[in-house]
Design a protein around this ligand. Structure first.
Ligand code: SAM
Length: 211
């Protein structure tokens, strides 16, 4: 498929981001070496800016892996804020805890190991931000459970919604691509939300709850 952004522009945008905290840089290196699909510094910065812009204090992350995006949200919520980390793999959670401890952020993070939808359903109340980044065939179910839990004025965010352009490839019929197509259709038909897709990296959906 055609890259969403020309590779040289993608690199240009990435290289403009200032050097990161050494632990964040270590996470990036680990992810690159072990093929862990993290959002990367540009999208992570966008997530942090959005969370800070609404004074988010309570964030739920669906699919956290080694805690990279979690760290940006944990910084955004500040002391006294809370970010729910979720991942199905306990080894990821252990690694994430190690990094977040070293950044002195783990006190702000509630770790939940297992299915993210189940973990969300075991919480109560509203969230300022819910970020969806689980397996792509699981996006429609994640959206169904997340949408009603975002507070008015809050954000529902999701990564990979353009899926390397596969969403417009008529020959692509795999579960992940179909899941993303269904997710995008569902998201843009929610009456309570105003949504847009930012074609950064692999496509980021930003939806603000207005009603
Ligand atoms: C794309 S990675 C998350 C990356 C992370 N958001 C970041 O950018 O740093 C997706 C992670 O979600 C986890 N995962 C996939 N489906 C899940 C589900 N239904 N419930 C919980 N975790 C899930 C996988 O184990 C994987 O580590």
């Amino acid at each position: 498929m055609t890259p969403i952004i020309a590779p040289e522009l993608d690199l240009y945008v990435r290289e403009l981001v200032p050097p990161r905290d050494p632990v964040i840089a270590e996470m990036e290196a680990y992810a690159a070496e072990h093929d862990v699909p993290i959002v990367g510094p540009v999208v992570a910065t966008l997530l942090e800016i959005l969370a800070r812009s609404i004074g988010a204090a309570r964030v739920f992350e669906m699919g956290s892996a080694i805690g990279y995006s979690t760290a940006f949200f944990a910084r955004a919520v500040g002391r006294g804020g809370q970010v729910f980390y979720t991942d199905g793999d306990p080894k990821n959670a252990e690694r994430a805890r190690g990094y977040l401890d070293r950044m002195e952020l783990s006190e702000r993070v509630a770790f939940r190991i297992g299915d993210a939808v189940k973990a969300l359903e075991e919480t109560t109340g509203y969230f300022d931000v819910i970020f969806i980044d689980v397996d792509k065939d699981g996006y429609p179910a994640a959206l169904k459970s997340a949408a009603p839990r975002v507070r008015r004025g809050g954000y529902l965010l999701a990564d990979n919604v353009l899926w390397s352009g596969k969403v417009v490839d008529v020959g692509a019929r795999d579960g992940a691509t179909e899941g993303l197509r269904q997710f995008n259709r569902m998201l843009f038909s929610l009456d309570e939300f105003r949504a847009v897709i930012v074609p950064l990296r692999d496509g980021v959906a930003i939806a603000r709850r207005e009603g």
